[in-house]
Design a protein around this ligand. Sequence first.
Ligand SMILES: Nc1ncnc2c1ncn2[C@@H]1O[C@H](COP(=O)(O)OP(=O)(O)OP(=O)(O)O)[C@@H](O)[C@H]1O
Length: 254
Amino acid sequence: MSALLNARGLFKAYGKIPVLRQVDIAIAPEEGHVVIGPNGAGKTTLFKVLTGEVIADAGQIVFRGDDITRLPAHARVHRGFGRTFQVARVFGKLTVRDNLQLACEARQRRANPLAGLSAAQARTIAAQLDALLLETALERQADAIAGALAYGDRKRLELAMVLALDPAILFLDEPTAGMSAAERQATVQLLQRVRRERRLALLLTEHDMDVVFGLADRISVLHHGELIASGTPQQIRDNPRVREVYLGDEAAHA
Ligand SMILES: Nc1ncnc2c1ncn2[C@@H]1O[C@H](COP(=O)(O)OP(=O)(O)OP(=O)(O)O)[C@@H](O)[C@H]1O
């Protein structure tokens, strides 16, 4: 199957210090792909380069057959990118419902951002909003102020807002950071269900090995900005170099 997203030879330096060195990564449609590596390996930088927050110094990124290497982040969102952050980005003073209303309106206004909404579009938004509340189990919190939500609920709201834009690929930067074991497990289940039902590709960074092995069809390993391995979870578990620099004995028992 041809790749949904195919990046080749990505290079990025901050000043004179290279942070990504000739990184290749390919994501198939509907694939769950996890990038792992020690702190400072370049995972977040790789995310930023792929999503367009930072433009690579060299290399090429192709999405659905189009070269998007130099497109800014918002243009990549228009083409089907969705992204969540380590610290959830929601409008803290608005209710859950109003946050989702804004996200659903943004999708409806994509073709013409300045046009008013028709009655038919308003009905579509209301239906989408209810479906998103259900999908992310936020119905009971619909009228709560987003800034007062519990941590896991806030992360689910951020996910719902990204899903409102109907992405083809979701980028999740440490989606379970700061969560309890129970919240992590619930997040993995939610992401698996959303991915299956929406036929989404996922690309995530993660430190928790239960989450990594719970969501990955393939894993890529970064070390000092270099991709040292990419393969199935079993191939990564069995890779001596990966065990040496990152997994240690942990994965053997995962
Ligand atoms: N804007 C920046 N300017 C200069 N150096 C940076 C910048 N962003 C990141 N770095 C450096 O680049 C290297 C890679 O950082 P990055 O955040 O991509 O790593 P990471 O693998 O995501 O780490 P972590 O697991 O701790 O989040 C680090 O040495 C970091 O200090």
